[in-house]
Design a protein around this ligand. Sequence first.
Ligand SMILES: Nc1ncnc2c1ncn2[C@@H]1O[C@H](COP(=O)(O)OP(=O)(O)O)[C@@H](O)[C@H]1O
Ligand SMILES: [Mg+2]
Length: 220
Amino acid sequence: MHDTTSETVTLLKADELGRIERVERNGVLLIRRDIDSARWWARGFARRAAAREARALARLDGIDGVPRLLAWNGRVLERSYMAGEPMQVGKPLDPAYYRDALRLLARLHRRGIVHNDLAKEPNWLVREDGSPALVDFQIAWTRGRRGNLFRLLAREDLRHLLKHKRTYAPDRLSTRQRAILSTPAPHSRLWRATGKRLYKLIARRIFGYWDNEGQGRIRR
Ligand SMILES: Nc1ncnc2c1ncn2[C@@H]1O[C@H](COP(=O)(O)OP(=O)(O)O)[C@@H](O)[C@H]1O
Ligand SMILES: [Mg+2]
């Protein structure tokens, strides 16, 4: 049969874990994560991270502000494109951004998903209408609500958002939000819980860097 698909591919990011591309297919934009282009020794790790992302996106289906999962076949993950800029470029000053971002986090958490990587500005988008969106669910918690640990991690998601608010709209922090900012979760418990320590160790020792997409501050 005659194949009429036309694709224009723009590389957004390439590293040991593979490539992130923006693809225009028959006039529709989408984002593709390609595991096959990961280094052979990192492929198992990359595939597990992509599978986790696919699981998270499937559970979040229908929520505005999260990409839609379009395809995942164990090698290639496709998700819908959301037009906008990463936080470090879009610099959200409007308090409405943070109000909507709080709602978005509440929706995630209600579905039993914790993002776990919200300290990074590149994982927050400021969409064209000024509203927030989230990408990069590779280290998300996808196992549903589970008592204390779940609540601890969900609160960390919230605290990372409030850190960004403190940077861009500090006057709009409520008293309660300031209180949350001043009480981070105990690190030893948190790191044990999320495996972040292992992730960082791998990132630093083996990959030789700590992923920050080359830009954007990380607020710990
Ligand atoms: N659905 C999307 N819509 C728009 N931009 C996106 C989307 N997904 C990713 N991006 C852009 O690509 C960058 C890298 O994607 P991300 O999923 O964070 O990859 P990585 O896991 O390698 O950090 C993001 O910081 C964002 O700027
Ligand atoms: Mg990212």
